[in-house]
Structures are given as C-alpha cells and as structure tokens.
Design a protein around this ligand. Structure first.
Ligand SMILES: C[S@@+](CC[C@H](N)C(=O)[O-])C[C@H]1O[C@@H](n2cnc3c(N)ncnc32)[C@H](O)[C@@H]1O
Length: 315
C-alpha cells in the first residue's frame, strides 16, 4: 500500500482515500506501518487492539474478518484512537481503559500505573511464600491462624486482587498514598468476586496500618530514578509521577520500606519488593543491614533481577 494512501479522515487523507472502502486487513497493514514510522515498537499488536476496540469485538475475531469492510462510523472511532496513540503516545491500556494482569481484567486510567507483566514475578514470589515453604512451617510463622498480607502502593489493586484470587484463606490489606488510585482499585474490587475480601486504606507507606503486623508485605513501589526521566519512553508521561519516580536515584520509597517494614512484620514474615534490576544488590545489602535474613532475589521472564525478598527473624 502506497504511503500516499491514508485511511479516510487521517491527516492528509485525499478525497479518494475518504471515498474508498477499507477492509480490516488493509487498515491493520496501514496502521502498523504508520505506527512503526512513529517509533512504536508493538505496532501490529497495538493496531489490532485498537481496531478490535473500535469494532467492539475480540482481537482474534479480526483474523476471521480480514476481508470485511469497515464502516465509516467504525473507521472514525478507530482513527481517533490511532491518532492519540501515534501523535500523543497515549498507551494502549489507557485508550482501552483496561489491562489484563494475572489473567484478570483491570480497569486503568491516567490515575494509576498500568500493571506490567514484570509484576507477575512479584505475585508468583508472594504465592510461593504463602503456599510453599513458610505456610505450615511453624518455624516461619504461626500457621494456625489466617495469614495477613499487605500490598503497599496498590495502584489499580492488581497485586492485592490477584493474590486474593489465589488465596481464599488469607486476609489482604492494600494501601496507597493516592486517593485517585484507590478509587480505581475500589472499582476493580467491585468488578471481581474476590474484591470484597480486600481492605483498602489511604495513607503514606505503613501509616494506615500503624499498629498492625503482617506475615507478608509486598510492594511494587515507585522506583524509577528522576535522573533518568529524560530518556524514558513518551508513554510514561500518561502515568502518575507518584507511581513512577522514587527520587533522584529511584530508591527513596524502597529505602523507607526497608527501614520501617520490621515494625510491621510478624516474626518469620516476609518482605518482597519489586525493583529495577540494577537496584537489587543495593537493596539486598540494606535488607541484611536492617536485620532481615534469608535475603534472596527473583528473576523476571527476561532473567533480570526483579524482586528482592527478606525474612524478618524471630519465629
Ligand atoms: C509502581 S506503582 C504500583 C502500582 C501497582 N501496585 C502495580 O504493581 O501495578 C506504585 C504505587 O505506589 C503508590 N505510592 C507512591 N508513594 C507512596 C507512599 N509513600 N505511600 C503509599 N503509596 C505510595 C503510588 O501512588 C502507586 O500507586
């Protein structure tokens, strides 16, 4: 397809572009090429997700309908999405208002971090602590009572609600400093059957649970270094600063988490923190220095250190 041919209504479309009819496949090919030239890496996938959204159908359905013409009203909806994706670099998740995480559908908006696949490493690590060695091992925590789990900085509620879906016998609390994020988390809780088992609280770090202790504290805190802000993908401008940046070196919130977590962990309880791979060594040292034992790291699918964990002694 020539560069000169544009879907009707797109910038620079000619009268003949507007008049001609476009099939699903033609639109996908055109948009993929357009996104690639705009520097969008997942060009074809993004085109498919946006077209499926505009057509109010499933992405895989497009493959069956490749030769189907797209109606002008559908094309208008699609064009508006394509423009925001390419020109304003709005992430697909925000354009769709939804993102899948741990096989659950989460509502997202510019008020929350879109849950990332890397964070499933943290969920897996947390489950291994509750389901694996630890649960039922009296040397770790008293297993006769319900485990108490805290998700600190819950954002969309992705971690807390995923854990709740896997752990029907566990008490889960989720906190965030952002009221707007908690509003989205509450909406996600309303949409999911396990949502009513999660308690959402507002406040800074451990402040909303000041006098409480947990068997497991998980957190995906803001950990991007402010000094790296200029080199970040433009899509991140559509996510809350409070969810991304952890001060000049990215470690401000993690530093506080490590220092304060001991006062909120049961003897034998675990602290699990998601971080950037190059922060793992530093945070392991901090954990050991703060008195944690069994300090370990977990790797994401790309084999990068993604989670650091430590156990509070004393059981
Ligand atoms: C990286 S996002 C993680 C969101 C979600 N847990 C996830 O994994 O998709 C960090 C979250 O921590 C919250 N946050 C930042 N500073 C905080 C603080 N001092 N106390 C509590 N929450 C904080 C942000 O509002 C944001 O929702």
């Amino acid at each position: 397809m020539s560069d000169e041919v544009r879907p009707a209504g797109s910038a620079g479309a000619t009268a003949s572009d507007r008049d001609r009819s476009w099939t699903v496949l033609e639109l996908l090919r055109w948009t993929t090429d357009y996104f690639k030239r705009a520097g969008i890496e997942s060009a074809r996938l993004d085109a498919e997700l946006l077209l499926a959204h505009a057509l109010e159908t499933e992405r895989l359905r497009l493959y069956v309908d490749f030769e189907k013409p797209v109606l002008p009203a559908e094309r208008d909806r699609y064009r508006a999405l394509v423009r925001r994706r390419a020109q304003d670099r709005v992430p697909v998740s925000i354009l769709l208002g939804e993102r899948e995480f741990w096989s659950l559908a989460f509502k997202v908006s510019p008020d929350v971090l879109t849950p990332r696949p890397d964070t499933e490493t943290l969920v897996e690590a947390a489950l291994s602590k509750v389901k694996g060695p630890g649960k039922g091992d009296p040397s770790v925590v008293d297993s006769d009572r319900k485990w108490r789990v805290l998700d600190l900085g819950t954002g969309s509620g992705a971690i807390a609600l995923s854990l709740a879906s896997e752990l029907p016998e566990v008490d889960i609390t989720a906190t965030d400093l952002s009221q707007a994020a908690l509003q989205i988390a509450a909406e996600n809780a309303d949409r999911l059957p396990q949502g009513e088992r999660v308690r959402f609280l507002h406040g800074d770090l451990f402040e909303p649970v000041a006098n409480e202790r947990f068997d497991l504290v998980v957190s995906n805190p803001p950990y991007v270094a402010r000094k790296d802000a200029k080199s970040l993908p433009p899509e991140l401008a559509h996510e809350p600063e409070m969810a991304l940046f952890g001060g000049e070196d990215g470690l401000d919130v993690i530093r506080r988490l490590v220092a304060e977590a001991g006062r909120h962990l049961s003897p034998g309880g675990w602290l699990l923190i998601e971080l950037a791979p190059d922060q793992a060594g530093t945070v392991e040292q901090w954990l050991a220095g703060a008195g944690f034992v069994d300090v370990e790291r977990r790797f994401d699918l790309a084999r990068r250190a993604r989670v650091v964990a430590g156990r509070w002694p004393g059981a």
